[in-house]
Write a new protein. Sequence first.
Length: 268
Amino acid sequence: MKRFILAALLGAGLAGAALADHQADDGKLRAAIAGSHRSAAHAARDTYRHPYETLSFFGIRPNMTVVELTPEGGWYTEILAPYLRENGKLIGAGEAFEPAKRYGMMFKKKLDANPAVYGKVVPGVFDPPSTFDFAAPNSVDMVLTFRNLHNWVEFGDEGMQNVFKAIHASLKPGGVLGVVDHRLPESMPQDAKASSGYIHESYVIRMAESAGFKLAGKSEINANPKDKADHKRGVWALPPTLANRDEDREKYLAIGESDRMTLKFVKP
């Protein structure tokens, strides 16, 4: 937690709240992360994804209404669902639960398999570039998206702005948007589809601010200086995908998972 870098804090009140977020230990969050319900494969990635530090940086609390965008396999759902179950609310916003929607059905299967943990998760439809039916306006305390933004670059600036506008509309004033994604060095070009899986941090900030968000802070907790973002087959060359199979396998294992931006935005 000492690696947090706070920037652009929105006034003394927000600064105080942010500092409190990082100073107070959250035993309930630690318990959710340590829960036996989590898959071993998911828990093994904690060393790269830093769930406790990441969610603490965003300022999560167990009585919040939280939207997780595009949960797919439910890596963070395994933590958020038990954490919010008693006093909060988790909305899992992805593809509709329809046979033709692969990821929607994958997520439904996960929820149905363990109702004791996931029985209170509320499904919502978030299917860019045009379908955003996941929460009423001004009803949500926090929206989280993990390694998804690069998938939406292909919709163009207008499409990406529409995503951020939909998120902005769902949040209460003072609500938080937490973003984690693969970070492309600013010296390297970002193509129109972000085909490498990496995107510029400056681009994310620009798109969010164009929708009315204010940048409240940055953290380097998910940074990896060994990742130069210049791999054959892009970010998927790295663990856990290892898209190049045995080719340079040891090199990619030594790098580890990708270098990631961790950004906190606030709806004024």
